[in-house]
Design a protein around this ligand. Structure first.
Ligand SMILES: [Fe+2]
Length: 291
């Protein structure tokens, strides 16, 4: 069964922070693990991976499904073998959308309400490419994100950062003939979550993309360059390979930046392609996947 996802897939969304007061408003709970505890675990796993690489181990481009520092990762993937289905049959009843359903204005998350949202206006653009680097045209790209204060407009997110009445944090677009997508939005803030004491997610935008089949959906996260939270974040660290992690980080692009308007970030997304298995085999040496 071919894999329909590429190295950029992450486990499901970490969802939203639990509906509890900000940790800083509470007396310290000595039973809660600290960032130092978590960082020690992260560093130990990184060291083990580095040693394995040195000994000729395979490069790991996919996130680890069980990554103990990300405490709930065990709950976020199947524990039994997948049931293989015929992709062509699935496509007979999978969802479909018409191009006219996605309006061009839906790619601008800053114009969905009566006023301007708070925060730093940004442009995020790039291309959706298949495993051979060819553009994937006419495909649905959806994003969702926290606002500038790091708050999701979701009832489960109750941490004490303000909601923005002018920002919902959801947008979508269809890729152009060259595979390009483009969003105008607000740079999201970091936000706390309950993995451990003082756990914060680096600023990120969630992306969902379809390939040439509905069975090729991937969901991933785009990060911003230079985030100081990268080494501390168990979700970012579920990908143990630095090169693979780097592919999730957008690049600041001054040519995309618009004067007096918005900073530009470029991020390309690579879906699977018909020769992806070959690529994997190359990366893994002689022991690649069977397909
Ligand atoms: Fe998130």
């Amino acid at each position: 069964m071919p894999q329909h996802i590429n190295a950029q897939q992450l486990p499901g969304d970490e969802a939203v922070p639990a509906a509890e007061p900000h940790a800083g408003h509470l007396p310290p709970d000595r039973a809660i693990e600290t960032q130092a505890d978590l960082s020690a675990e992260i560093n130990a796993l990184a060291d083990a991976y580095a040693r394995a690489l040195k000994d000729g181990g395979a490069v790991e481009t996919q996130p680890r499904l069980d990554y103990p520092p990300y405490r709930s990762s065990i709950l976020r993937h199947p524990t039994k073998s997948l049931h293989h289905a015929d992709p062509e049959t699935i496509e007979l009843y999978s969802p479909a959308f018409g191009h006219q359903d996605v309006h061009a204005l839906e790619s601008d998350l800053t114009i969905q309400h009566n006023g301007e949202p708070q925060g730093e206006r940004i442009i995020v653009a790039g291309k959706v490419l298949d495993g051979d680097g060819r553009p994937v045209a006419g495909q649905l790209v959806e994003i969702w994100q926290a606002n500038a204060a790091g708050r999701y407009i979701h009832k489960r997110d109750q941490h004490p950062a303000p909601l923005d009445p002018n920002f919902t944090g959801i947008g979508r677009c269809i890729t152009g003939p060259d595979g390009s997508y483009r969003f105008t939005t607000i740079k999201p803030g970091a936000y706390p979550w309950k993995n451990h004491l003082n756990a914060w997610r680096p600023a990120h935008i969630h992306f969902s993309m379809f390939g040439t089949e509905f069975t090729q959906r991937i969901i991933t996260q785009m990060y911003f360059p230079g985030d100081q939270l990268f080494p501390l974040d168990p979700i970012y660290q579920t990908i143990v390979d630095q090169d693979a992690r780097d592919r999730l980080v957008a690049k600041y692009d001054h040519s995309l930046t618009e004067p007096e308007w918005a900073l530009g970030y470029t991020w390309d997304i690579v879906l699977t392609g018909p020769k992806r298995t070959w690529t994997e085999n190359e990366a893994l040496g002689a022991e690649g996947d069977e397909e």
